[in-house]
Design a protein around this ligand. Structure first.
Ligand code: ZN
Length: 299
């Protein structure tokens, strides 16, 4: 199934559900950043979560940044996701590998670390981003973001994230966000029913791997609760807005002295985009042109 995002409602609009499949996105991130198994799982989970959080925003240019900084060997992790369905991200130490945890699963919690912070920045497109920070709960990312949604955004939510990665790469990845909206949150039985069903769900990637589609997964969870699947399917993809021109712009900011130094010592410059791993090369001629531009601007 192609990478996509689908929305649904239930309980007469009291429940909001969003599902996303990110198998190709996680695989592209794995290849671009040469991610280990556990780093693929950590970044893949966070990229799915970013797309799910961005999906409830209103203005087309809205974006969500999620930064996780724990005390584990993976270092920091950052993703940037938009309502337009694009997402990109990186981890500080992509090569870190750890033995599986007690359940035989990739030990994301240990790789991220259980002590640290989760930062979420929502940029609604007006130029005043809304940001919020919570302490990490487990470093497993799904728990940490659920805690964030409950405390910072005061919406009871269940967030299920999964990435299955084997020797041949990522074979299933995605996530599910189910939220009980304020008008229904007072209905405690509704919240309880939902919680028990989610607890029984055998995880997201096993369902995907058994061939279940997003509408079928929604049906399993909310089929008898007035489920309405919204008709539009949104495509999602790994995308970075970096370009050679932007790299030149960044190099120019270094100033004449530094640029001349690069020409003399390195005969050019090489820059790697943190977010997507793309490598850009600027020749001595291109650097010399930047120096000319700087001189022309300072006259
Ligand atoms: Zn890039």
């Amino acid at each position: 199934m192609a990478d996509q995002l689908i929305r649904a409602t239930a309980a007469e609009g009291g429940i909001r559900a969003v599902g996303v499949i990110t198998t190709r996105i996680a695989e592209e991130a794995r290849r671009r950043h040469k991610l280990s198994y556990v780093a693929t799982a950590a970044l893949g989970r966070t990229m799915s979560a970013g797309l799910l959080l961005a999906s409830s925003m209103k203005r087309a240019e809205s974006r969500v940044n999620i930064r996780i900084k724990g005390n584990g060997p993976l270092g920091g992790l950052l993703i940037d996701a938009g309502l337009d369905g694009t997402v990109r991200g990186y981890v500080d130490n992509p090569g870190v590998e750890l033995p599986p945890n007690e359940q035989g699963k990739l030990d994301v919690g240990k790789a991220v670390g259980r002590d640290g912070y989760l930062y979420v920045v929502r940029d609604v497109g007006y130029g005043y981003p809304y940001s919020s920070t919570v302490e990490l709960v487990s470093g497993e990312i799904g728990d940490d973001l659920t805690h964030y949604l409950a405390t910072s955004e005061q919406t009871p939510s269940a967030l299920i994230l999964g990435v299955f990665v084997g020797a041949e790469g990522v074979t299933a990845a995605g996530g599910l966000l189910i939220q009980v909206l304020p008008k229904a949150a007072r209905d405690e039985t509704l919240v309880e029913i939902l919680e028990s069903r989610i607890a029984k769900l055998s995880g997201f990637t096993p369902l995907l791997q058994s061939g279940k589609s997003l509408p079928e997964i929604f049906q399993l969870l909310l089929g008898d609760m007035g489920l309405v699947i919204l008709p539009d399917t949104h495509m999602v993809r790994f995308h970075c807005g970096c370009s050679f021109n932007r790299v030149l712009g960044a190099l120019k900011m270094l100033g004449e002295e530094e640029l001349q130094d690069m020409i003399d010592k390195d005969e050019g410059a090489e820059a790697t985009c943190h977010f997507c791993g793309e490598v850009y090369h600027a020749t001595s001629e291109e650097l010399a042109k930047l120096i000319d531009d700087l001189r022309a601007e300072s006259v």
